[in-house]
Design a protein around this ligand. Structure first.
Ligand SMILES: [Zn+2]
Ligand SMILES: [Zn+2]
Length: 391
């Protein structure tokens, strides 16, 4: 057993207790006041100074070895979801209508375990480690708010890492991928303006209902040609029509998921082409707008290797899965990776574990030890100057 795993094992009962307490007080984006308080108190009990109130409810703590070396950022997300937790869970949410249904309570607990263990071997480390507890991952762009509040500076971070517990991936299996690991996404709005006429004279009208229907059909048929790559286009709604008389307007709303920004450019030109075709054919006015939300989460090669190597040392070669395709999900961790190198990786929570964002989800506490050991080992590999391991 390595020294670091001994330290982690020693603190694990306390960490699991903190995880369960966090689970009982789930809070939505930018309202994580009780969550931040509990995390802050725990960090202080480990001997850290904490900076609170970053981007409203975010907080950071720094492990400064006093020796030159890299500054590594480690990030956990803190927020919960607007889901009612069923009664049958033992330690369930005490906040009605809110639930840690994505396991962010477990991510915070893991990062606390890492903060504790690395502090125990501080003298053997060089450089700095910054622990980042971020609000509002669930649709609140908390990462952007943290970046704007200067989390990547003071001291400037060289690299950044995070993980997600992953139901569907067998327990103990680590999912890594160089390049895009999670997709970017956004919304597409297409407004069609036609020209009404008497209902008996459709030949004198420009009908936004039939134009919209034709456009949707074209997009649905033609998208099959590029379904080989990871781009997803999904029409969500089509609003138009009247019970009497002819409509003047219609609106199509769709969502997209893309692997790279190049895919997004392709998708834009694809949709533009078909909008132009029907516009010219029917002399309608068509306004197309793309509203990007998450960017793709794109890992850098060197930092992905660092996580893979650490995972290999902790779990053994057989437990590492190199993901072939990006996962159909999005993360605001992507924003950090636009600024500095880093890696987002997956820790298997069990093949038959219930999916995140459902009231059936239950965080698998075994993920904590696996993830914390990998992250600690990665920091040791990176920031132990003379190359000694923590053995
Ligand atoms: Zn989520
Ligand atoms: Zn999540």
């Amino acid at each position: 057993m390595t020294v670091i795993s001994k330290h982690l094992e020693a603190i694990l009962p306390k960490i699991i207790e903190v995880r369960q307490k966090l689970h009982e007080i789930p809070e939505l984006k930018f309202e994580e006041f009780k969550t931040a308080k509990l995390i802050s108190e725990t960090l202080k009990s480990f001997g850290y100074n904490v900076e609170n109130g970053i981007a409203k409810t975010g907080l950071t703590a720094i492990l400064d070895t006093g020796k030159p070396g890299k500054t590594i950022g480690l990030r956990a997300d803190m927020d919960a979801l607007p889901i009612e937790e069923p009664n049958n869970n033992q330690r369930r949410s005490r906040h009605p209508g809110r639930m840690h249904a994505c396991g962010h309570d477990g991510h915070c607990a893991t990062l606390l375990a890492v903060a504790y263990a690395l502090n125990q071997i501080k003298n053997e480390l060089s450089g700095k480690v910054k622990f980042i507890f971020q609000p509002a991952e669930e649709g609140g762009k908390g990462s952007t708010a943290m970046i704007e509040a200067g989390v990547l500076k003071n001291p400037p971070l060289d690299e950044i890492y995070a993980f997600h517990n992953w139901p569907g991936l067998p327990e103990g299996i680590i999912g890594v991928k160089d390049g895009t690991i999670l997709l970017g996404n956004g919304r597409i709005e297409i407004s069609i303006k036609g020209k009404p006429a008497h209902t008996a004279q459709p030949e004198n009208a420009v009908n936004p209902v039939t134009i919209g229907a034709e456009l949707i059909t074209k997009l649905e048929i033609e998208k099959l040609s590029w379904s080989a790559n990871s781009t997803v286009l999904n029409i969500l709604s089509f609003n138009s029509g009247k019970l009497r008389g002819m409509a003047e307007k219609s609106e199509i709303i769709a969502v997209y998921y893309i692997d790279t920004e190049d895919n997004l450019r392709e998708l834009k030109s694809f949709i533009n082409k078909y909008c132009d075709q029907v516009k010219d054919k029917y002399k309608a006015e068509i306004a197309l707008s793309f509203k990007p939300f998450h960017s793709p989460t794109i890992n850098t090669a060197n930092e992905t290797d660092k996580i893979s190597n650490a995972a290999r040392m902790v779990c053994g070669d057989k437990k590492i899965t190199k993901l072939e395709k990006s996962m159909i999900a999005s993360e605001d961790f992507s924003e950090y990776l636009k600024h500095i190198p880093g890696c987002f990786f997956l820790v298997g929570a069990g093949e038959s574990a219930n999916p995140v964002h459902t009231d059936k989800f239950q965080f698998n506490d075994n993920v904590i030890s696996t993830a914390a050991n990998i992250i600690c080992q990665m920091v040791i590999n990176s920031n132990v100057k003379d190359g000694i391991s923590a053995k």
